[in-house]
Structure formats: C-alpha cells, structure tokens
Design a protein around this ligand. Sequence first.
Ligand SMILES: [Zn+2]
Length: 151
Amino acid sequence: MNHKKMQRMLSAFVDNELGEVWTKLVQEHLVECASCQQRLQELRSIRARIRDAATVDLPDNFLYSVQRSIRREEQESVMWLGTERFARNVVFALCVLVFGVVAFGSLLEPQPTLGEDRYISGEPSDSAAHAVLGSEQVISKEDVMIAALSK
Ligand SMILES: [Zn+2]
C-alpha cells in the first residue's frame, strides 16, 4: 500500500470510519512511516481542539440574557419607528402648510402682468398706444400712462 493513499485515509482512520481491513492496513503502515505518524498526531490535535471549542460552558443565565437583549433591540426599533413616523408626519404637515400659504397668498394678491401683448391685444384699435408701445421693447408704467393720456 503506497504512502499517499495511506495519508488520504488517515482522516477517516482518526474518525474511526474505516472498516476492519483498512484499519489494520493503516496501522501497519503507521508502524513504518514517520511522516504518516506525524500527520496522525496533527489530525488528532485538530480534532481535540474542535471538540474543546464545541464544549464551551455557558453561564446559566445565558439564554435569558440573549432573549432580554433581543427584546430590548426590538423595543428600541419600535420606538425609533414611532419617532420616524412622527417626524415624517410633521414634515408632510409643514409641506401642506407652506403650499397652502403660497397658494392662498397668490389668490389674495393677483400680480398685475405688464406685457406688450396684453395692451396691444386689449386695445387693438388704439393707434397711440401702438405708437408708444411699438417703439420700445420694454414697457413701463409710464409708457402705459402716456399711451392712455395721448389717446
Ligand atoms: Zn506514510
């Protein structure tokens, strides 16, 4: 039996997973192979450390403290959700309020729009207004007054 094949069997040998025949073959190889003996020691050491890590003693109240921590986290998240919902409602109410104030304000104060179109189309037959308005690009209140007075 060759060395490489034996080395691959060592893990199963440590775990007692080999049948009677293979166990005997591995044992015979181990007697004459220092390399496989060393590998066997490493595997047994690893198995022992894994076993030790798995058997950690937990304090008696471990389960209780875990449950308490989970419950506290849940309560905090619920509280935070309530705060978040409240803040969202406040922001929404402020948006509605600002929108309402702006809309109501613009209803109360209709902005007079001074534009050439309004005066020309409003008084298409007023040649004096056309004369004044047509000569300048920008219309001021004075232009409108002049146009109205010189009619
Ligand atoms: Zn060997």
